[in-house]
Design a protein around this ligand. Structure first.
Ligand code: TPP
Ligand code: MG
Length: 363
């Protein structure tokens, strides 16, 4: 027991939740290669991240006011990952696969906010017709292959999408079939079998897939450093001969640059990438979690690395935008989010005669 405690102290840099090696590299990751963006792209990134943040804040409000039910897992703090990766891919061409923490991935993929909010209220106008709820967002039109309540469940689904892309091009002769799939999942999910099975198959068949690990250091109340043999997840890629990369997941420009490299490899037929994004969730595991396990010092450390504030500093210091413009965007987005709530609250519920509809495919 005494030995266990000593080992953990050595492995965890105080106050960051990171292991010593991770913590040492965090500062160099900040200055690692970052995407160059023009004004328009910078504004698009800021808008997407702000929509994610404000949408989630509104969900918390609705949940605590008793308007939303069931388990709801918010994404606050992790926005740079969704925006950085999905923003580097082609909407309605490439494919995305999420987890139960899926609202913001859906928004970044272009699913209308009204449809996402409606789904959270269980309404017919929801992207899953009100049958899925928070953890099961789906949109064929926007190539969102689903949120999944079971951890790791989306990884083989994403692998199938990546296989389909290659099969269509090489076996069926569809020359324009060059889509790439991004599978998002957490650090805790990297300790289950499907992760390893899918990494193996993806590399064996050189599939166009990006395994995006959102390492927020925690799997509910389990500290990542206590749960895995090598806390540096990206290194696990080497066991499969796969490209692996670690990136500051609080820096959208760094995530975007890493995603661009991974997408380029995948489209060129060079196969998959394991991309580990070091990030943090600013709220409890779900809205039912009082969040009492994580140290205040650790929360403070990561709060100072808020990805939205970091992007604002970057865009303003580069002279691309003014803070006033960003405040105006936030106002617009607040109005958009309120519109979603009004729309979702007044939308119809699924008709009870149709409760079993959509269990089987209709076309
Ligand atoms: C197959 C399966 N086993 C256990 C659970 C219970 N469970 C829900 S969330 C979670 C932790 C996942 O942590 P991580 O992958 O780091 O994702 P995060 O919540 O941090 O985004 C677990 C074990 C589950 N949902 N599915
Ligand atoms: Mg986690």
């Amino acid at each position: 027991m005494g030995q266990d405690i000593a080992m953990e102290t050595e492995r965890t840099a105080v106050g960051t939740g990171l292991t010593g090696a991770h913590a040492e590299r965090l500062s160099s990751l900040v200055t690692a290669s970052r995407a160059q963006v023009d004004r328009e792209t910078g504004l698009t990134l800021y808008r997407d991240m702000t929509l994610g943040r404000r949408f989630e804040d509104k969900c918390a409000e609705m949940y605590y006011r008793g308007k939303m039910f069931g388990f709801v897992h918010l994404y606050n703090g992790q926005e740079a990952v969704s925006t950085g990766v999905i923003g580097a891919m082609k909407r309605q061409h490439d494919w995305f696969c999420s987890t139960y923490r899926d609202h913001v991935h859906a928004l970044s993929a272009g699913v209308p906010a009204r449809e996402v909010m409606s789904e959270l209220f269980g309404k017919e106008t929801g992207c899953s017709k009100g049958r899925g709820g928070s953890m099961h967002l789906f949109s064929k039109e926007h190539h969102l292959l689903g949120g999944y309540a079971f951890i790791g469940e989306g990884i083989p689904v994403a692998l199938g999408a990546a296989f389909t892309s290659r099969y269509k091009r090489e076996a069926l002769g569809e020359a324009d079939s060059d889509s790439v799939t991004a599978a998002f999942f957490g650090d805790g999910t990297c300790n289950i079998g499907q992760f390893y099975e899918c990494l193996n198959m993806a590399q064996l068949w050189k599939l166009p897939i990006i395994f995006v690990v959102e390492n927020n250091k925690w799997a509910i109340g389990m500290d990542h450093n206590r749960a895995t043999s090598d806390p540096e997840i990206w290194r696990k890629a080497a066991s499969f001969g796969m490209a692996g990369e670690e990136v500051d997941g609080m820096d959208v420009l760094a995530v975007r640059a890493a995603a661009e490299r991974a997408v380029a490899r995948a489209r060129a037929g060079e196969g998959p990438t394991l991309l580990e994004c070091l990030t943090y969730r600013f709220r409890g595991h779900s809205l039912a979690d009082p969040d009492e396990l994580r140290a205040e010092e650790e929360k403070q450390f990561w709060a100072q690395r808020d990805p939205l504030k970091a992007l604002e500093r970057d865009l303003v210091s580069a002279g691309l935008v003014s803070s006033e413009e960003l405040r105006a965007i936030e106002k617009e987005i607040d109005a958009e989010v309120q519109d979603c709530v009004d729309f979702a609250l007044s939308a119809p519920e699924p008709d009870s005669s149709e409760l079993t509809r959509y269990i089987w495919a209709e076309d």
